[in-house]
Design a protein around this ligand. Structure first.
Ligand code: HEG
Length: 147
């Protein structure tokens, strides 16, 4: 169980208010699919994923990345009960989509990298530490939320 202090939660919320889910969500899913090509198997209906460039310019990938990041943003409002919050989505990813839970952590890492690129010096190691922690909590809840 991941525990965030009041200060860590404040840090996450302050930074999150500046996040553009469309840009950073798309970027994160593109990175996930390019860096971990085996994750592409879940998106066979999304059209051309044949190269990094194709993935980058794939509108369905961009839209889905935004959807996932908005879902994470929603979860940040329920940090005290993440597992309950994600119970249904956890079951859906496991039973219907068969997503390896390790990929939830990977997605969080990709968001961190995107934030680092976007916010430069503002994304300090301290801010990174808060986000690594909160994304791990999200991944943990999604990975075993309904067990
Ligand atoms: Mg998932 C659908 C959230 C990681 C593959 N994902 C969805 C949906 C949400 C969501 C909100 C829509 C559910 C619905 O239509 O009711 N996903 C979500 C979160 C995370 C995540 C919060 C966090 C890390 N998803 C994730 C990963 C993969 C994946 C790592 C695969 C590697 N998601 C996936 C697929 C779908 C969703 C294949 C269905 C897409 C579709 O049919 O359009």
């Amino acid at each position: 169980m991941v525990h965030l202090t009041e200060q860590e939660i404040k840090c996450v919320n302050a930074m999150w208010s500046k996040v553009d889910c469309k840009t950073l969500g798309g970027d994160a899913l593109v990175r996930l699919l390019v860096v971990n090509p085996w994750t592409q198997r879940h998106f066979s209906t999304f059209g051309n994923l044949g190269s990094a460039d194709a993935i980058c310019h794939n509108a369905k990938v961009q839209a889905h990345g935004e959807k996932v990041l908005r879902s994470i943003g929603e979860a940040l409002k329920h940090l005290d009960k993440l597992k309950a919050h994600f119970a249904k989505l956890s079951q859906y990813h496991s039973e219907n989509l068969h997503v390896d839970p390790a990929n939830f952590d990977r997605f969080g890492q990709m968001v961190c990298i995107g934030m680092a690129c976007h916010f430069h010096a503002e994304f300090t190691p301290e801010v990174q530490a808060c986000f690594e922690k909160v994304f791990h909590a999200v991944a943990d809840a999604l990975g075993k939320g309904y067990h």
